[in-house]
Design a protein around this ligand. Structure first.
Ligand code: FES
Ligand code: FES
Length: 159
């Protein structure tokens, strides 16, 4: 099937197998390997992207289901004004260790902050409850998201 998907604001048209998962479309067809692929069973959350603004686990979505839709990946977080505050928060608060969970965490955090710019700790924990991290114990991830909430303007990475 031919599909056209807008990813991080850029339109892509490809012929794909109907069974192709969105995570593989992004990684293998478009080369956007920032979206990670882990459990393939909707448990770990590393494959999380936004689909029309809503976080989804892209190992549970067929590429054809994204036809005509907007997909947001971690590669789209940084803009002309610099790193997204979420990315800055992870830098400032040491929100990652191995980094495998980080793209899904950041996409989920950005979607949360777009909906709720001043989330409580429990709201952050609820939002990331579908994202597994095997390194950090989550404390610094929660702090990173709070940092982003407190510094909403995009600034340079060293700000
Ligand atoms: Fe999609 Fe783990 S790879 S949830
Ligand atoms: Fe390693 Fe989260 S930083 S899994």
């Amino acid at each position: 099937m031919q599909i056209t998907v807008t990813v991080n604001g850029e339109s892509h048209t490809r012929d794909v197998e109907p069974r192709l998962l969105l995570v593989h479309f992004l990684r293998n067809e478009l080369g956007l390997t920032g979206t990670h692929w882990g459990c393939d069973t909707s448990n770990c959350g590393v494959c999380t992207v936004t689909l029309d603004g809503v976080p989804v686990k892209s190992c549970t979505v067929l590429a054809v289901m994204a036809d005509g839709k907007q997909v947001g990946t971690v590669e789209g977080l940084e803009g002309p004004a610099g790193l997204d505050p979420v990315q800055q928060g992870f830098v400032q608060c040491h929100g990652l260790q191995c980094g495998f969970c980080t793209p899904g965490m950041m996409i989920t955090a950005r979607a949360l902050l777009d909906k709720n710019p001043d989330p409580s700790e429990s709201e952050i924990r609820e939002a990331i409850s579908g994202q597994l991290c095997r390194c950090t114990g989550y404390e610094n991830i929660v702090r990173s998201v709070r940092w982003a909430a407190e510094h909403p303007a995009k600034e340079g990475a060293d700000a």
